[in-house]
Design a protein around this ligand. Sequence first.
Ligand code: PGU
Length: 447
Amino acid sequence: MNHHHHHSAAAADRRLNALRRHLEASSDIDSGLMISPSPTSSPGSVFSHVVRAPEDPILGVTVAYNKDPSPVKLNLGVGAYRTEEGKPLVLNVVKKAERLLINDSSRVKEYLPIVGLADFNKLSAKLIFGADSPAIKENRVTTVQCLSGSGSLRVAGEFLAHHYHQCVIYIPQPTWGNHPKVFTLAGLSVKTYRYYDPTTRGLNFQGLLEDLGSAPSGAIVLLHACAHNPTGVDPTIEQWEHIRKLMRSKALLPFFDSAYQGFASGSLDADAQPVRLFVADGGECLVAQSYAKNLGLYGERVGALSIVLRSADVASRVESQLKTVIRPMYSSPPIHGASIVATILKDRNLFQEWTVELKAMADRIIRMRQQLFEALRARGTPGDWTHILKQIGMFTFTGLNSEQVAFMTKEYHVYMTSDGRISMAGLNTKMVPLLADAIHAAVMRLR
Ligand code: PGU
């Protein structure tokens, strides 16, 4: 009785408040007054209860950087390539491809099919699996164009949540911060496996084997195809072979995230080796590809999801279900970025030019590693900094803690993610002294 009474009193309260709001709103209209909402509370909005979400841990660094009025500042947060002049780079092959597309009057802007541009899909599979891949020849691969790497991960996640018997996915510890969010929202259950050892600043191979060894049979395992983000630490090819054997013996399902093909070694083929090792045994796997970094197509949102299967028959049925994931999500992918990629990948000369430009980006990053290492040595910064040279890909996982990072940002206007990751691709010769001074001061002050 008491309980019931309490309930109806609350309901009456709610009705009264609603009435009050209604009267307030109508009197505003009646008197012709425009009440501008105050920034803190917006009376009358059905969303006035919405609390502000924190900025994204990676993309929020750029937001903070853009707000900083300092004339000398450095953004090493987001993994985006900058030139020696500190400018974003549009690859020359991309400009050439865009000119070809514009001058081709047969090009139209019709909808692409749900799975995207057919040429783009074929060429993307060839790029990651190799031109002579038996899986491609046997039609055991389905490839669908997706919204860059992130979209490919999300589409795969939803497909797996609906059609795979095991909903547990293991991701490395640490990993790209969006991985757990994407997979959780897709409906998978996220667990981690040990990957990085902070004491050696290298791979925790033993921990990795133990954790995958005790994973439930059939579990999905997310692997960074190359240039692991954020650690810059990859298994050797022998270690990959070990991982492959263990995973196949336990029927763990490999899911490669390939966001940096060409950025680890400078060679597209060398960076695809781990993926090709897994495909060569005839088993099944998934690969999410991004052209954001290796073709500099960040904002064009161009990528692909490939699933390698046992037979052509299964592949075609899987593809039909990928379409049912994509159609209600965004219907079909955009045409421009995929057309650029297809134009480059199918032309021998443009492809060759791309490999040269890609190698130049990878080489500049390696030079930045050497320059930063030398600059710290010249300053006598305490600690072993050889990991700056050893780690590969876009990032150095410095080992700096969040207080040191906050100090560097506040005192030196150097921006980076709070886990101590710096994007070497955002560094240039002119800025090396600033970064080295900032690291040196942070280490001296906050040891
Ligand atoms: N997978 C990994 C491992 C990544 O590092 C990134 C991008 C992606 C997927 C997704 O990239 P797409 O642009 O969707 O193809 N990580 C960068 C870029 C900024 C971000 O967080 O999206 C980074 O700085 O970590």
